[in-house]
Design a protein around this ligand. Structure first.
Ligand code: CUA
Length: 320
């Protein structure tokens, strides 16, 4: 998997948070292993030492040993309080994004992530500049999702109707896996994305290029913009272009087709039907499908919807 050549126990350390989390993790694991060995070792030793055998007289258990009991109470209490303290400090650190962090909006929906940048660029992958504090503002369009970046040691739920924050400071250029770690339905396991950590110069160039790609396309190339949007904005998770039916109907050959709707009516797939299906997907559901598509009202510009329509037209005959 990209960017996650595993360390001995834990994934690669890709952020400033990772070493902090890992050292505490290893320390707690070490303390647990030490006490496990100590307690189980003593247990086995005593089982052997006081075993029943000919000539061995049973000794009554001692009822009390104050110095011993104080020792085995105070030491573990100090250790546990220290672990709690480290946990609280770490949690506060993780929950408090630095003041001047670069802000990216994250939207989870069934079943993809979209990342929105300050200049309006929307991307299915999380591009970020290296050595920069980045703050993510997460929310969800439908159910609870959870954005997990193992290499950065951060995870946060995306909850509908509210905003959650998480932040990181990536330390190395590369690609890192994003998972959804809240079971959110059929395609939960494929709700994946990448973090692409870039040199700040390359990041700025990417951001500028993405900002106006659809505006730069000549009319006869507009369908290519539609194809890109299809791949980037979550259409492909549910609508195939090879004729196979998924969560939603395939896009192959759908253009101009007369389709049956739930409720018995029929409609011809034309510009208006496609547009309506994007902004108000619950309105006219194709027969046999669930009304699960989220609305893209306000999230796709008119020109982007036009580009998707142009792309659908190219799928009329042969698929691609
Ligand atoms: Cu989204 Cu699981």
């Amino acid at each position: 998997m990209i960017g996650t050549e595993a360390g001995f126990w834990l994934p690669k350390q890709g952020s400033t948070t990772a070493p902090v989390v890992d050292s505490l993790f290893y320390l707690i694991t070490g303390i647990s292993a030490f006490f496990f060995a100590l307690i189980v070792g003593l247990l086995l030793y005593f089982v052997w030492k006081y075993r029943a055998r000919p000539g061995h007289r049973e000794i009554p258990s001692s009822t009390h040993n104050t110095p011993l009991e104080v020792t085995w109470t105070v030491i573990p209490v100090l250790i546990v309080v220290w672990i709690f303290w480290e946990g609280v400090v770490g949690f506060i650190h993780l929950a408090t994004p630095p003041e001047n962090a670069y802000e990216i909006q994250v939207l989870g929906q069934k079943w993809n992530w979209t990342f929105t940048y300050p200049n309006g660029v929307v991307s299915p992958e999380l591009h970020v500049p290296v050595d920069t504090d980045v703050r993510l503002i997460l929310t969800s369009q439908d159910v609870i999702h959870s954005l997990f970046i193992p290499d950065f040691r951060i995870k946060r739920d995306a909850v509908p109707g509210r905003y959650e924050k998480e932040w990181f400071h990536a330390t190395e250029i590369g690609e890192y896996q994003i998972f959804c770690t809240e079971y959110c339905g059929t395609q939960h396991a494929s709700m994946l994305a990448q973090v692409i950590v870039q040199h700040p110069v390359n990041f700025d160039k990417w951001l500028a290029d993405e900002g106006n790609f659809i505006e730069k396309l000549p009319p006869e190339k507009l369908w290519e913009g539609g194809k890109k949007l299809y791949n980037q904005r979550g259409c492909k998770q549910c609508h195939s272009i090879d004729g196979s039916n998924g969560i939603g109907p395939t896009f192959k050959g759908v253009w101009g087709h007369n389709v049956a709707l739930n409720g018995g009516a029929r409609v011809t797939v034309d510009e208006n039907y496609v547009r309506e299906s994007i902004v108000n997907p619950q309105g006219q559901i194709v027969a046999g499908y669930e009304p699960v598509m989220p609305s893209f009202q306000g999230r796709l510009k008119d020109k982007e919807i036009t580009a998707i329509i142009e792309y659908l037209k190219t799928l009329k005959e042969s698929g691609e």
